[in-house]
Ligand binder design. Structure first.
Ligand code: OXD
Ligand code: MN
Length: 599
């Protein structure tokens, strides 16, 4: 059985026919994105046991899913960039030659949808009418993927309308196969604008609009066409006077982008508001006004559940109160969801993320640390009213941040664009559960894009450097670290809503109306520049959070040198010169005692 293709687009119809001939589904269903379709597919998913309805009083319109325990995170070791040469993918990506990758995956896709339905999912990344938006088509045999894509993207008829007769849509093919890590590959073919994903049903590997198209493929297209596809949240800061300032911020996975994008300012900041444009991905290009303009290509949030609470992120809690799909969280006896870090009492009894009985005090986590919610952005009480603006919002500041126990101060401003690109290229963070592998080890994650750059990262640095020439009014660039610890391992800075204090300094610096202290590595706030009123914190701890230790920086720059070395001739010379210059500064200053507030 096949539903009639609701499009005359010959390239699209031919491609679907070709993929169906290979995967051999029993049925082909073209998705239209309607409410009726959502209801029908949800009922089917419930009947098949893919989704479980949650308590309609506590979580109206919400559903629960459990993934295969072998399939709970992105698999970077099975993710490939398939460019004609290894050099084009660069040293930080896994590489496979395209014809070899197609052959290998064709053998796996051959008949992979037998007995199943192939859903044709047209989707639009970005607002309708934006010159920055792109159309993708995902063919998938996972009803879970269809229902998640409907939340995460503008899905269905709207995408076909935007596409019209054009053939430049992203060609995404996905099959769960038998969800076997031995037969799992996430392959990107940037030159073909194509993605083939097999053997997984976990969001980051299979919601192809997100990491695969909006970052890996889009970063490649951005390089070719002169724009930027970044792992960045975008937010608007509104002052009590109604002045709006937009900021884009890159933090590695599971480092609080969603929390920052939905921040509620503390009491001291009465009249200030933060508006969310996006929580994970920004596409940016130079606007007519000479400023960098950003859109959020997504339509929903695929956020990490553990740690999300009314204390850490009230707006997220309100967003996920309805119409949300929860994956790998724990279940309460009255069919509500629970995870570590949620407000209130820990329930006495739960079913854990694998469906096993769990009792309070158990050493095992009830929710998987990378358990997720998929929620429509329209539920966010702080959603920016410019989220659908086809021109995007003008960016005044770019922030880079990682999870670092030492070295990196609470906030620091780059001296200039090249220095800011150096900050981005040097970004490091302790690993989290968002990707498979060991948690808590510092790894370099330049621009928070290490797992998401669709081409040679050395060239990517060069692209960022070159962009300066096209932006007459460039944003200012900053580095932040909410996660610095004292000698006892306690966080020095309270984080969450209090990050507004740092954000305010950033906004004021971007608007050239507050002072700063010059350090060898960038500008930091002077003692009184950071508004700490109403915050119960020992100023000594703020001093520690913002301090600079030359020995730590020396070690940092030396380890950066090892990271840089792998790029060889692809590393822009100016970045290595920056590194050398900072090392030389340390040498000079070490001869005298460097104290940040020394007189
Ligand atoms: C995400 C990630 O899911 O970065 O956003 O892993
Ligand atoms: Mn992300």
């Amino acid at each position: 059985m096949t539903t009639d293709p609701p499009t005359r687009n010959a390239a699209l119809r031919a491609w679907v026919t070709e993929m169906a001939a290979m995967t051999k589904p029993d049925r082909i269903v073209w998705c239209d994105g309607s409410e009726e379709e959502r209801r029908r597919l949800t009922e089917q998913a419930v009947a098949e046991g893919v989704l479980v309805p949650l308590n309609p009083e506590r979580r109206p319109g919400c559903y629960y899913a459990r993934s295969n325990p072998n399939d709970v995170a992105r698999v970077e070791h099975l993710t490939y960039i398939c460019t004609p040469t290894r050099d084009e993918a660069g040293p930080t990506n896994n590489w496979m030659e395209p014809s070899e990758a197609y052959a290998k995956l064709r053998a796996l896709f051959d008949g992979s949808m037998r007995g199943r339905t192939m859903y044709v999912v047209p989707y639009l990344m970005g607002p309708v009418g934006s010159p920055m938006s792109r159309v993708g088509i995902e063919l998938t045999d996972s009803i879970y993927v269809v229902l998640n894509m409907r939340i995460m993207t503008r899905m269905g008829r709207v995408a076909l309308e935007v596409l019209g007769d054009r053939s430049d849509f992203n060609r995404g093919l996905h099959s769960m196969l038998d969800v076997n890590p031995e037969r799992r590959y996430i392959c990107h073919f940037p030159q073909d604008n194509a993605i083939w994903s097999i053997g997984s049903n976990y969001g980051g590997n299979v919601l192809l609009g997100k990491k695969c198209l909006a970052l890996r493929i889009a970063s490649y297209l951005g390089r070719r066409e002169g724009w930027l596809a970044e792992h960045m949240l975008v937010l608007g800061v509104e002052s009590p006077e109604g002045e709006m300032t937009y900021v884009a911020a890159a933090f590695p996975s599971a480092c609080g982008k969603t929390n920052f994008a939905m921040l509620i300012p503390p009491k001291r900041f009465k009249g200030w508001k933060i508006w969310t444009v996006g929580d994970d991905i920004a596409w940016m290009r130079v606007g007519e006004d000479g400023r960098l303009r950003a859109i959020n290509p997504e339509n929903g949030y695929f956020g990490v559940a553990p740690g999300t609470s009314f204390q850490s992120n009230p707006n997220a809690m309100r967003t996920i109160a309805r119409d949300t799909i929860f994956t790998n969280v724990a279940l309460t006896p009255d069919m509500d969801v629970w995870w570590e870090g949620m407000d209130g009492e820990v329930p006495e009894e739960l079913l854990d993320w694998q469906g096993r009985p769990w009792r309070r005090g158990s050493p095992e986590k009830a929710a998987h640390p990378n358990a997720r919610f998929t929620a429509p952005m329209q539920n966010n009480p702080a959603l920016s009213k410019f989220v659908d603006d086809p021109e995007g919002v003008p960016i005044s500041a770019i922030i880079f941040g990682g999870r670092r126990a030492t070295t990196i101060p609470l906030v620091m401003q780059a001296f200039h664009w090249t220095h800011g690109v150096f900050f981005g290229s040097a970004l490091g963070s302790e690993t989290t559960a968002a990707a498979a592998g060991k948690v808590g080890v510092v790894r370099r994650d330049p621009f928070a894009m290490l797992p998401f750059c669709g081409y040679n990262m050395g060239e990517y640095f060069g692209h960022w450097l070159e962009m300066q020439a096209y932006i007459p009014n460039p944003p200012k660039i900053f580095l932040v670290n909410w996660f610095r610890k004292d000698g006892r391992g306690e966080y020095l800075w309270p984080g969450f809503g209090e990050n507004m204090r740092v954000l305010k300094w950033i906004v004021d610096r971007a608007r050239l109306r507050v002072g700063g202290q010059e350090t060898p590595f960038g500008w930091v706030p002077k003692a009184d520049d950071l508004d700490l009123s109403g915050l119960d914190i020992d100023p000594e701890r703020v001093d520690q959070a913002t301090s600079i230790d030359l020995d730590e920086w020396k070690a940092e720059l030396e380890s950066l040198g090892e990271f840089y070395a792998q790029f060889g001739h692809q590393l822009p010379r100016v970045l290595e010169l920056q590194r050398q210059m900072f090392l030389a500064r340390i040498e000079t200053l070490s001869k005298r005692r460097w104290g940040r507030r020394a007189s």
